[in-house]
Design a protein around this ligand. Sequence first.
Ligand code: ATP
Ligand code: MG
Length: 408
Amino acid sequence: MRQSKLFPKTIKIAPKDATSASHKYLVQAGFVDMLQAGAYTYLPLAWRVITNINKIVREEMNAEGGQELLMPALQSRSIWDETGRWDGSLSDVMYQFKDASGKDLGLAATHEEVVYDLMRKFINSYKDLPLAVYQIQNKFRAELRPKGGLMRGREFMMKDLYSFHLTLEDLNGYYQKMIAAYLRVYGRCGLDAKVVEASGGVFTDNFSHEFQIVSDAGEDRILYCDGCDFAQNTEISKLKAGDKCPKCGLPIKEGKSIEVGNIFNFGEKYAKDMNGYVNDAQGNKQPIWMASYGIGISRLVATIVEKYHDEKGMIWPEAVAPFKIHLISIKKDEAAEKIYDQLVAAGVEVLFDDRDLSAGAKFADADLIGLPWRVVVSEKTGDQVEVKKRHQTESSLIALTELLDQLK
Ligand code: ATP
Ligand code: MG
């Protein structure tokens, strides 16, 4: 991609209401644009990041047998009345309105009721179980205080998977597999997630499990142990910082954190509320057990920036970066054009700054956008290129073939 053609250009001045690095840099570098509070356009650079994250998510969900589908975001009231959530717990959160004929409609804040309706239609036999389906879709929530940037939107992207089981044991086993899959997703995105006990569980242990990234930009507070995997949201914990870890005895820490995922074991709640039953092999009627598993995709983008940035801009981990290389030509010349062609031919994702700008302006943009590798071609570089990783201060002169080797 030639930067002279890239839409849009970077912005000189940061948004004045920006309180977080992710908000500031994502807007300034031309990754996102606000239509209104809590609703953002994902511009081409952010869309490339999201596409990379979603590829990781799809691989890990598919590896656990998840089948991708897409459910309607526009929903009728009746499905939500079955569980009482239309007038109940979702009434403040869900966008609810009437169409011209007076029919009540709502925009998807989540999809448990919709997916359970689907399952009770199609699951006729115990042989159809277990089953897991997922989607990646925008959710809508009437957040009172949307945060600038992608951290807390009114329209935001979520991956939601739902699993269905014949027995509680089978559900519990899959739930553990999903915890491991989630940790792989965050790990591949460069994040060290903690599995945190939190409120919202309606069954078994009374907890749901959140995936939290320790960060001062977070709105949650968690208690966690550095010696083992113990972690609880302060909302439910009876402990405080400095207390002994109930698992290993070390003193517990407290910190701010960002919730990047949440999984819920609903047990037989939906079977009861929405009448979802099948016969087992012995002909006995059994509930269709359900759990749901969410990842905040757009919040993940902001979280990665919170973790990976400096005073000059973002520093994208390679697995999710919008391009691998920022190729910069100091002067418009043949040599840079040739290297661009060679990189493209080698299948490398490269953003080529071919603009008629000063070296300083180009370097500032490269630091702001934060691609993992900066490759400079100038009169001084001869038949080599000057290579620097975004987080490094020193660059080195190497042959293009050597760079291609390093990229592998
Ligand atoms: P929060 O406590 O932050 O409001 P939640 O607990 O209501 O989030 P869930 O219903 O658990 O959210 O949704 C699953 C995931 O979707 C969350 O873990 C989070 O990563 C993401 N998410 C939730 N609300 C938003 C939002 N308004 N903007 C961006 N991402 C969100
Ligand atoms: Mg949650």
